[in-house]
Design a protein around this ligand. Structure first.
Ligand code: GLN
Length: 281
């Protein structure tokens, strides 16, 4: 790369380079990285193809391209991911929020709409995406966010502060239901780790850079659901509910965990944008 690079020419170069490295959306990733480094939106790139890049911009962009070619997810490079229309800080200590998880948040918002001053728990909060977006959309809601990872909790705290809900959200370090003690909630929400241990090696290079702690759900991927379903009712107010994200082909198994002797009953299974059963309420 020389000082002659313009926005247009470097995007074309990067699209080919990323393509040759087998990166799935080469042009999109190039645009997101370059707009991040220039501090502009993507539309700006299209209206300024001929703008030359300054040496410092080129250096930063080159670093970002190198990291992406080594399969760092774009969100780890930019440090942000949009979720529920909000901008969440992310780093390799947390799972990157997925659009599928918005289904869980929408379901929770719908069910909580009629509850005055709802109290929620988000177990395995990671970046805080679920808890923070629910509180951001429901100004009367309060809640707690739990994660076993202190470095994940640091990211969740940062997001709660950035998005203006820090006063309504408490943070607990611990294992899922572990820190709840005698608290009761209108909603217990969780996107627990649900990938069967044996499937982790087959995930994409990008996903394998995300925390294993946030992905691996035991031999069959269901260990966290067993605990949530068996004990969750103890932490719900009357009329309260639990909603969990599930992996491919897990919805029926998770619904079955709420068997006859269980206080919870599966009320609803919701599909994601790809038609996969993704949330069990
Ligand atoms: N949805 C993530 C994936 O597809 C997994 C998240 C999880 O285990 N909760 O990799």
């Amino acid at each position: 790369m020389t000082e002659q690079w313009t926005i247009g020419s470097i995007l074309n170069w990067t699209r080919q380079y990323f393509g040759s490295k087998g990166i799935e959306n080469p042009r999109l990733d190039a645009e997101v990285l370059l707009s991040h480094i220039l501090g502009k939106d993507r539309l700006y790139l299209y209206t300024n193809f001929d703008q030359p890049l300054a040496p410092a911009e080129l250096d930063s962009y080159r670093d970002a391209v190198k990291r992406r070619a080594l399969r760092a997810p774009v969100a780890y490079i930019t440090g942000y991911r949009e979720f529920m229309g909000l901008e969440f800080a992310v780093n390799p200590a947390v799972l990157i929020p997925r659009p599928d998880t918005e289904i869980l948040v929408e379901a929770a918002l719908g069910k909580l709409a009629a509850t005055a001053c709802p109290v929620i728990a988000d177990l395995g909060t990671g970046s805080g995406a679920i808890a923070v977006s629910v509180l951001a959309k429901l100004p009367e809601a309060t809640g707690i966010a739990v994660d076993v990872s202190p470095s994940a909790l640091a990211v969740a705290r940062e997001n709660a502060a950035r998005l203006g809900v820090a006063e309504r959200l408490a943070f607990y370090q611990g294992d899922m239901l572990g820190p709840l003690a005698d608290k009761k909630f209108d909603a217990i929400l969780s996107n627990p780790p649900y990938i069967p241990d044996g499937d982790i090696a087959g995930l994409s290079d990008e996903v394998r850079q995300e925390p294993r702690l946030a992905l691996a759900g035991g031999a069959d991927g269901l260990i966290f659901y067993r605990r949530l379903v068996a004990q969750g009712a103890n932490y719900l107010k009357p009329g309260g509910f639990m909603a969990v994200e599930v992996g491919i082909n897990q919805a029926a198994q998770v619904a079955d965990l709420a068997g006859p002797e269980c206080k919870l009953k599966a009320e609803r299974v919701i599909k994601d944008y790809a038609g996969i059963e993704r949330v069990v309420v």
